[in-house]
Design a binder for this molecule. Structure first.
Ligand code: NI
Length: 387
């Protein structure tokens, strides 16, 4: 079965929604306008229940099937937030907000799930309940975590959850998925090195915090190279180094560094945190300096559950004729929190040959809408069939 005909009919309307969202990007939890648009449409579609303010600015809609005797409840999730990027697409519907841009296609995700909600409200061709979930702050703010902490799964009785993200480089409207660990745990850290500042011509009177910092940067590379099992996937990146001196002739008192750790298993996550702490402390001590590590565990590893992944791939094959094996992604995904609470699966839908997500010239590909919407609708109709 190819894409549903109804979505070919709805394509101009869904495209219009998508481009309106693109023009009005909102960052992290500031998705106030977007949430308002979503809630208004869900009410207009005839959802039984529309609840705003879950996970601060998240929106949840409930759609009951023609029958509900199966007692099944499926959650479908889209993200709504944009990125702090200055758009350089030159599109006539480019961002009207300077310094904010839908550079990850969440405008497309929101529009596609709205399209599916419209279709499901019209047809109700399923036995059970659909909960459409629109979350804020996927890009680092943990909006999915906040919705879970607000008790969303229990309140709406959600039994399993599905998510979708567009993917540049994958043919438009094609799908890719993988079982098990899929997206990485994304931790962040700050290191502060405290030495003894002084005159650059009298280094012997100082404890040079830049030299200490440089040794920490180098030694941190040994975590992935020498501590982690080589068959594991581990990234340790130091992304910012700032010294308290802005002069040519002053050895700084302090150096502050920032970075991120990406891992695919709880064991590697523990190892990285422990080793980074030991390196920071040990190297500083060896130079007579002090250093502290502030390590924050952000998104956990996103793990696709076996049964739901098989099912999601079957539906993708039905819609697009094929479903590829997706690569491991060392980026993070906030949907990980929902998959920790309920079984489910997350799939990639091809965005075609476009700039990569988070690039200022990226744009969501509207031609992927019929496939994406059909996948959502088929998940519901196949998982909760009538009769
Ligand atoms: Ni994204």
């Amino acid at each position: 079965m190819p894409v549903k005909n109804r979505f070919a009919e709805l394509l101009p309307e869904i495209t219009e929604w998508r481009r309106d969202l693109h023009e009005h990007p909102e960052i992290l939890f500031d998705t106030v306008r977007t949430a308002g648009v979503v809630a208004e449409k869900l009410r207009a579609f005839g959802c039984e229940e529309v609840v705003e303010g879950i996970g601060r600015t998240g929106v949840v809609g409930v759609i009951k099937g023609r029958e509900t005797g199966s007692g099944k409840v499926i959650g479908l999730r889209a993200d709504m937030d944009a990125l702090p990027i200055h758009e350089q697409t030159g599109l006539d519907y480019a961002s009207k907000t300077d310094g904010a841009m839908h550079a990850c296609g969440h405008d497309g995700h929101t529009a596609m799930l709205l399209g599916a909600a419209k279709y499901l409200s019209e047809t109700r061709n399923f036995d059970g309940t659909v909960v459409v979930i629109f979350q804020p702050a996927e890009e680092g703010g943990g909006g999915g975590r906040e919705m879970c902490e607000d008790g969303m799964m229990e309140r709406f009785g959600i039994q399993e959850v599905y998510g979708m993200h567009n993917w540049p480089g994958l043919a438009t409207g094609q799908f890719a998925i993988r079982e098990g660990a899929f997206f990485a745990a994304t931790d962040i850290f700050e290191i502060t090195v405290e030495g003894r500042g002084g005159h650059a011509a009298k280094p012997h009177d100082t404890i040079d915090s830049t030299v200490v910092a440089a040794h920490i940067v180098t030694a941190a590379q040994s975590i992935a190279a020498r501590n982690a099992d080589p068959v594991e996937n581990v990234v340790v990146s130091i992304t910012s180094i700032e010294s308290s001196s802005k002069a040519f002739n002053v050895i700084p008192q302090r150096v502050e560094m920032k970075g991120t750790v990406r891992t695919m298993s709880p064991e590697m996550r523990d190892l990285c945190e422990t080793r980074l702490g030991a390196i920071v402390e040990g190297i500083a001590a060896s130079f007579g300096a002090t250093a502290t590590l502030e390590y924050v565990r952000n998104y956990p590893v996103m793990v696709n559950h076996a049964e739901q992944t098989d099912f999601a791939a079957d539906v993708a094959r039905a819609v697009a004729g094929d479903c590829a094996e997706a690569p491991l992604v060392m980026g993070g995904e906030d949907f990980a929190f929902m998959l920790e609470e309920r079984p489910g699966a997350y799939i990639l839908v091809g965005n075609g040959d476009t700039a990569m997500v988070h690039h200022p010239e990226y744009n969501f590909n509207d031609d992927a809408i019929p496939a994406g919407c059909s996948w959502w609708a088929e998940i519901v109709e196949k998982r909760m069939p009538v009769g």
